[in-house]
Design a protein around this ligand. Structure first.
Ligand code: MTE
Length: 327
């Protein structure tokens, strides 16, 4: 049997956290900041001022979004952390693997196939997708099911913009997102840790909620490969694994589609996966979270918020649903 150690997020096989990665990161932060990271604490500054491009990739700017809830004033997580502490299993299961190994991903040329229950199926080139709607900057809280969180300034637009243009039929009840699975570009595919390609799904009304985003960039530049270049989903009220990276196909379907994590461990990962401090994962409490960048010796964990703090925007989508059953 394939034994994997220190894989916190690997269904049924892992430890509670990823001790090696966490300690390595703490050490790195403490060295890098010479103690400054410890003082960072809970300070919330003027978020927008911090989202300037780091000058590493092609610029991609967006106007401040007017969508309700789209701009938290919480301090964005440092670019170095956003781009070096990742989950992208196609490049390996350690948090540092995507940053060190995703250089082999070719985000251009790229296209996305739209198929299924739509009046206008077809293939969209990346350039056409980039021009489809005005780019917006949105600063979202992101919460991973493993118990850590970040604040990320994304660049993109509402997924609803694309959905409207392809004209879903009355039978389009759900969307399935299929991501790239190319062994030549993605060394992690050699491991059977997930059933490739990585697939995710949303109910149509969730996909139409304006906070659900197609992201093409972060920190004012195109997405780094490790964050899901050239385009990914971002659904801030759900655990991070719903936010599928490097999407190549969107299917409009009439039945709830399978997702990779449900297929891997249905008891642990449900279709909805809404952030919910009252419903624990079988191996992890979801009541609190560790904000990346606040991991000094005395940093307190933060309480996790219902729907990751987006309840005012999305709560009504789940009115009357038993969220312990539909986790
Ligand atoms: N998308 C693909 N294709 N493959 C993955 O392994 N991991 C998910 C999600 N999208 C994943 C993916 C998980 S578990 C998380 S927490 C987020 O991406 C992490 O996004 P980030 O690395 O940009 O913070």
């Amino acid at each position: 049997m394939h034994i994997i150690k220190d894989r916190g997020f690997t269904p049924g096989r892992g430890d509670i956290v990823t001790p090696k990665a966490v300690y390595a990161r703490r050490e790195f932060l403490m060295q890098a900041a010479a103690g400054g990271a410890m003082a960072a604490g809970f300070s919330a500054g003027p978020a927008l001022a911090q989202t300037a491009a780091p000058g590493k990739l092609k610029p991609l700017s967006g106007a401040k979004s007017a969508v309700s809830g789209a701009v938290t004033m919480e301090k964005p997580t440092a670019y170095a952390d956003v781009t070096s502490y990742n989950n992208f299993y196609e490049f390996g299961t350690d948090k540092s693997d995507p940053a060190s190994r995703a250089g082999s991903l070719k985000p251009q040329p790229w296209s996305v196939v739209i198929e299924g229950e739509v009046k206008k199926p077809g293939t969209w080139d990346l350039d056409a997708l980039l021009k489809l709607a005005p780019m917006e900057e949105r600063i979202y809280r992101m919460r991973c099911v493993e118990g850590w969180s970040m604040v990320i300034p994304w660049v993109g637009y509402s997924l609803a913009e694309l959905i409207k243009r392809v004209e879903p039929t009355g039978d389009a009840k759900y969307l399935q997102f299929v991501t790239l699975a190319d062994k030549a570009q993605m060394p992690g595919l050699r491991s059977p840790v997930l059933d490739w390609p990585y697939v995710e799904g949303l109910r149509m009304d969730e996909a139409m909620q304006p906070l659900a985003m197609l992201a093409f960039g972060l920190y004012g530049e195109v997405l780094p490969n490790q964050n899901g270049a050239p385009l990914r989903l971002v659904v801030p009220w759900k655990y991070g694994f719903k936010s599928a990276k490097s999407i190549v196909r969107i299917r409009f379907v009439d039945k709830q589609p399978k997702t990779s994590w449900e297929t891997a461990a249905a008891r642990e990962y449900g279709f909805y996966s809404n952030v919910n401090p009252k419903v624990d994962h079988p191996r992890w409490s979801q009541a609190t979270e560790r904000r990346i960048g606040e991991d000094g010796l005395f940093a307190k964990k933060r309480p996790t918020l219902m729907f990751n703090g987006y309840e005012a925007q999305v709560g009504q989508l789940y009115a009357g649903m038993d969220l312990a059953k539909f986790y």
